[in-house]
Design a protein. Structure first.
Length: 203
């Protein structure tokens, strides 16, 4: 098995943090993002979209989506479930995880329009577009703020794949780009600060 990743990428970090929390050691290949290795011909033979992460299994199958990779690991290593121990718990975790995925997509569009780090995506970031997009980011953050309540983690008192989905987008905003992200939501802010202290959250 080999995991192709960018250590700093929001979606790859979902898998990286999951593996650390799960205690799984999987061989990694760090793609050279600055040199656009993810768009190279050889990488596109394993991931046509030229995006990361990709897990190439022992059977030589490419799994080309971070959520699908995490669920694949959960299926082959079911002990210490990170999705939930019964159908209702899993439904709750998956609802929050999918909301987290929506958040990542909206936040990425916001990053492209708020930083100059993605010239290939947005050559001329605009503060007007950025403000509009943050409104759509905020809509999801508000739902998450209500969902977390007094829980330590997004779906309850243990970490789940919902945390591993939402945490990286906060981390990308706050640490990689030094942007305020979700500061207006005190419960989410406290959740972030707590999760950041976990060894899995270190780059
Ligand atoms: N749905 C995919 C999205 C993967 C994705 O967009 N990855 C980003 C890094 S966070 C990427 O590879 N971007 C490079 C590009 O689009 O050129 C997943 O969750 O794995």
């Amino acid at each position: 098995m080999l995991l192709y990743q960018f250590r700093m990428g929001t979606n790859p970090r979902r898998v990286i943090i999951y593996l650390s929390e799960k205690g799984l050691e999987i061989p990694r290949y760090e793609l050279d993002y600055a040199r656009m290795e993810h768009r190279s011909e050889w990488y596109r033979t394993i991931n046509r979209a030229g995006r990361a992460p990709t897990l190439v299994t022992d059977e030589g199958v490419s799994i080309t989506d971070s959520a699908a990779i995490v669920e694949y690991f959960e299926e082959i290593y079911p002990e210490r479930s990170m999705i939930g121990s019964d159908p209702l718990k899993r439904a709750k975790v998956r609802s929050l995880e999918r909301l987290g995925t929506d958040l990542v997509v909206r936040a990425q569009l916001w990053f492209w329009n708020t930083t100059t780090a993605f010239p290939a995506k947005e050559a001329e970031p605009s503060s007007e577009t950025s403000t509009k997009l943050y409104h759509y980011v905020g809509e999801i953050l508000e739902v998450l703020e209500n969902a977390i309540g007094s829980n330590q983690f997004l779906a309850g008192d243990t970490p789940t794949i919902a945390d591993f989905t939402v945490f990286p987008v906060f981390q990308t905003a706050r640490e990689r780009f030094n942007l305020s992200f979700g500061d207006e939501f005190p419960l989410l802010d406290a959740w972030y600060q707590n999760f950041r202290r976990r060894p899995s959250a270190d780059y």
